[in-house]
Design a binder for this molecule. Structure first.
Ligand SMILES: Nc1ncnc2c1ncn2[C@@H]1O[C@H](COP(=O)(O)OP(=O)(O)O)[C@@H](O)[C@H]1O
Ligand SMILES: [Mg+2]
Length: 362
């Protein structure tokens, strides 16, 4: 079908930096995006995601020396209207004086696609984004989620070589965000179009990205599959930006600093005998200092004794209510199994889930 005809051109950024009025907001970066791939740019506000996306789009030129390639074409000097990209923004940027159908049709009219082909493609787009029954409405009669569907349909109707999405779901409420996220994922896979998706939301990045590029203050902190980013974070910034990473010293073997994720922890009542075994590492006794019921799971904060080995890295070090030094860890447990605040518990972690930081993390 027509909508898949344009799929997949590779994108390459070569030494792309960006300076605004003497301020370097993007350090020179190289980035390769495979044909048909969805790459997510993930990072906190202000780290340079939108600037990177705008360089790909042609809305911003990289500093001298930077290059942007679409497949075999050097598009560095090509303005946006000649790059054949589709864009979807956080704010819908739809034409308020046109109907849904006219909005979706707009890009095809600009490209002088003939009427029959236009009708066929608009029908296909409306159907694909499930807004056929809204086609004669005006934009102000639509909900936020419906507007974003129109924006998507409008962006993909002209069969762009590249689809660029800048926080398209950020303005929507949580449930809608999750639904639309699933549909965008399906749509991107079905179209096979090369896509760059900007978000500050790690769950969205995990769900949508074939690969994720984590950005930190104008630099690429790590690029990899969601699994690689989550389980093998390249540094502390990535580890803490992508969910929670517990880091404790002396708790699982003297002289060792280890890291583990909250979902890899089980909490055993203090009186239960639990022996260490090849498949599990048994930690010290701790005390529950907080417990949050979150519906499908509970997050439990446990305070462990402080390290005794001098000089060990122990970023979780703090003080309990009585002013005693403790190391805090977070466990994610089934809500019905969550211990209460004040309970004494023993930490048990699947052995394969413990990462020894005595060596790698800086
Ligand atoms: N046109 C501009 N002029 C000056 N500074 C800018 C401009 N656009 C972005 N910036 C700055 O560049 C940095 C990165 O911005 P941006 O790429 O929008 O970040 P993000 O999308 O990750 O939130 C920010 O500090 C921002 O204030
Ligand atoms: Mg932005």
């Amino acid at each position: 079908m027509g909508a898949t005809a344009s799929s997949g051109v590779g994108i390459r950024l070569v030494r792309c930096a960006k300076t605004f009025q003497d301020t370097r907001v993007l350090e020179p970066l190289d980035l390769q995006i495979e044909p048909g791939e969805t790459l997510v740019l993930l990072g906190p506000s202000g780290c340079g995601k939108t600037t990177t996306l705008r360089i790909v789009a042609g809305l911003e030129a990289p500093d001298a020396g930077g290059q942007v390639w679409f497949g075999e074409d050097d598009v560095t000097r090509l303005p946006i209207e000649r790059r054949h990209v589709g864009m979807v923004f956080q704010s819908y940027a739809l034409f308020p004086n046109m109907s849904v159908r006219e909005n979706v049709e707009y890009g095809l009219r600009v490209r002088r696609v003939d009427a029959a082909e236009r009708r066929r493609r608009v029908d296909a787009m409306l159907e694909m984004t499930e807004i056929t029954e809204l086609q004669h409405r005006s934009i102000d009669q639509l909900s936020g989620g419906q507007r974003q569907r129109v924006a998507l349909a409008r962006a993909i109707a002209p069969q762009p070589r590249v689809l660029l999405l800048d926080e398209p779901l950020t303005a929507l409420d949580a449930r809608l965000r999750e639904n639309l996220r699933t549909e965008i994922d399906r749509l991107l896979r079905r179209l096979g179009v090369t896509a760059v998706y900007v978000t500050h939301d790690q769950a969205e990045a995990m769900a949508l990205g074939d690969r994720i590029a984590v950005m930190d203050q104008g630099r690429m902190a790590q690029i990899g599959t969601p699994q690689a980013i989550y389980f093998e974070p390249a540094n502390d910034f990535v580890a803490s930006f992508i969910g929670t990473l517990n880091v404790v010293a002396d708790a699982f073997g003297a002289g060792r600093t280890v890291a583990f994720r909250p979902e890899d922890v089980s909490l055993v009542p203090a009186q239960d005998a639990t022996a260490a075994a090849p498949e599990r590492a048994v930690g010290p006794l701790g005390r529950v200092s907080a417990s949050f019921f979150l519906g499908d799971h509970a997050r439990v904060v446990v305070e462990l004794p402080p390290p005794t080995t001098p000089g060990l890295r122990a970023p979780g070090l703090g003080h309990d209510a009585a002013g005693q030094a403790v190391q805090r860890v977070t466990a994610r447990v089934a809500p019905r199994l969550a211990p209460r605040v004040g309970d004494a518990v023993r930490l048990v972690v699947a052995a394969g889930a413990l990462r020894d930081l005595s060596k790698d993390l800086p």
